[in-house]
Every structure is written in C-alpha cells, then in structure tokens.
Design a protein around this ligand. Structure first.
Ligand SMILES: [Zn+2]
Ligand SMILES: [Zn+2]
Length: 324
C-alpha cells in the first residue's frame, strides 16, 4: 500500500510539472498544437486568476520558481546522492561535474534575464529598420506599432507582456522574465544547452549510483517470496519497486530529470534548428499556419547560409554593424 501511495504521488507530481511546463513554454509548435491548446484551456479553468496573471504580466515569479527547483534538485543531490556515492568510492570528478555545469547554466540564465533582447526605441529604430528587408508577407513596410508609435522593423514584434517592440522577436519567456530577441537569443540557446547537460549529468550520476546498489547487493541473482509464500527470481519491476521504496526521493528525482531532459533537450534542438535556418519561433509558427494558403511563403526566408546565420545569432552586434 505504501508503494501505491508513493507511486500515485510520484505520477501526479510528474503530470503537474509537465502540464505547467507545457502551459508556460509549449506555445503550440508542432502537431501537438491541439493537445497543448486543450491543456491550456483546461488549466485556465483550474488555475486561479492571480496565477494566470503571472503569464500575462512581467513578473519574477517563474524566475524564483526556476531557482527553487534548481535548489531542491541540488539539495537532494548534495545531501543524499553525493554522500552515498562518496561511500561507494565513486570518482570525485564525476560527482562534481553537475556543480560545474549548473554554475555555467546559472550564468547563462542570468544573462538571459538581464540582457536587452533588442528593445526598439526612438534612438535605434532607424538602425534596426536597415537590418532586414520587408518580405511583404509576414512583414510589411510602413507598419507602425499602435502602442509604441514607432515604425516596425522587419522581423520585430510587439511583446504584450513587456510592453515594447523587440528586434528579431522570438518569444516571451516567463522562465527568464524577458523577451528572447536579436541580442539575447545566443544566451538563451547556451542556457538551454547547459541546462540539458546539467540535467543529463545529474541523471547519469544517479543512474550509476542505483546500478552500483543493485550490483553490490546482488539483487539480480536474489529471490523474493510473494504473499502466497512462493519464491520468485527478482525481475526488473520488483527491483525498481524495491529501489523506489528504499530511496524514494532519489528515484523520484531521477524520474523528474528524465522527463526534464526530454523536454528541455527536445526544445533546445528545436531552437537550434531555428537558429541554423534563421527563423524565429514566431515566424516558424506563422509560416506553418499560412503555408497551405500561400505555399511560396516557405521559400522566402531570411537565411543567408549556415555560417552567416550562426554569426547573426552569436555575434549580433558585429552583424548589425556590418549590415549598416
Ligand atoms: Zn510596440
Ligand atoms: Zn516580452
């Protein structure tokens, strides 16, 4: 019965975390569009109004939540996993790797939060307007933002949350409480990459620890007696159940990390693909939505070849100077 309660709690926690993640960052990008849409609709009924307002106004709530999740995972790793691993004489460099990676990740997280994404002002609007040509499909010459009262450069978009127009607008990310645009997309990409590596390293150490436990206790060759008094050879399901009951927090953390690495790693690959092909999330979504109505739309991109596309992402300032 204990196992059932623990397992139910575990599954519910994972579902809630995944739902929140989808609600926050899964703004309809794939054939899962309708599923995400329905999940958003359902959550909008369940979530209280004050929590929904966190998504619609600029707030540091998700930055704090992000840091709390980091702290919880690393507290568990430090106080339980690390101690057990040291007892098992696992390599110290291997155990310290997640700390190095989280330090790198927190640096890029900080840079994403504080770097100007490319906010369009009276002073820079002329410069930004010269960078990209208007394709007259997604971006039309002479468009003026109704809120900022500034001419809209091609590839810019007004962010309703930040209340400003952003150059090469990708999306507004509540996790970093900032827009992702021309000048900070490189930090966002490195943030996703370092987060995936951090989560992978944690999952790797925990898996190695659990495997060590199984091997050292000779669990694979042991037998167990069921409630009818019959003896059975241990199988994978019983071993997982045993590990779950012996180390509930560690197995819970591992499950959470596996889900996270799939979500963040998958999303990171998607953003990297967009960078290589010189598209923003906003453009990718609009192009797909209108592709059936206007097939030529997919041919008219801003891609200038792999090397220039990468340079535009990682050296935005030199890119703008060069094109002026
Ligand atoms: Zn605007
Ligand atoms: Zn924004």
């Amino acid at each position: 019965m204990d196992f059932l309660w623990l397992f139910t709690f575990y599954v519910l926690s994972i579902i809630i975390l995944v739902s929140i993640f989808c609600f926050v960052s899964g703004r309809s990008r794939s054939r899962l569009d309708r599923i995400f849409g329905r999940a958003e609709e359902m959550l909008s009924f369940v979530l209280p109004t004050w929590l929904q307002s966190w998504f619609q106004t600029r707030s540091g709530a998700f930055v704090v939540l992000h840091l709390i999740l980091d702290a919880l995972v690393f507290a568990e790793y430090t106080w339980e996993v690390f101690g057990y691993c040291v007892e098992l004489e696992m390599h110290l460099r291997f155990l310290l790797l997640p700390y190095i990676l989280i330090s790198v990740n927190l640096y890029f997280f900080y840079k994403c939060c504080v770097t100007d994404p490319g906010v369009i002002t009276k002073q820079n609007v002329t410069l930004f307007t010269q960078v990209y040509g208007y394709d007259e499909i997604l971006y039309h010459i002479g468009n003026v933002c109704k809120t900022c009262h500034l001419c809209k450069p091609a590839r810019s978009k007004h962010c309703g949350v930040c209340g400003c127009c952003v150059q090469r607008f990708d999306h507004h990310c509540v996790w970093v409480n900032n827009c992702i645009g021309a000048l900070n997309i490189r930090y966002f990409l490195l943030y996703l990459f370092s987060l995936t590596l951090t989560v992978l390293s944690l999952a790797w150490v925990i898996t190695a620890f659990l495997l060590q436990v199984v091997l050292l206790s000779h669990m694979m060759t042991a037998a167990y007696v069921n409630i009818d008094g019959q003896e059975h050879v241990m199988n994978i399901a019983v071993i997982i159940q045993h590990l779950f009951l012996t180390f509930p927090r560690i197995v819970f953390t591992l499950g959470f990390l596996i889900v996270l690495v799939l979500l963040v790693g998958g999303y990171g690959c998607f953003v990297f693909y967009l960078c290589l092909t010189n598209q923003t999330t906003n453009e990718w979504y609009k192009t797909r939505r209108h592709a059936s109505a206007n097939r030529s739309l997919t041919d008219k991109g801003y891609s200038k070849g792999l090397k220039t596309n990468i340079q535009e992402i990682f050296l935005p300032h030199s890119f703008y100077k060069k094109d002026r």
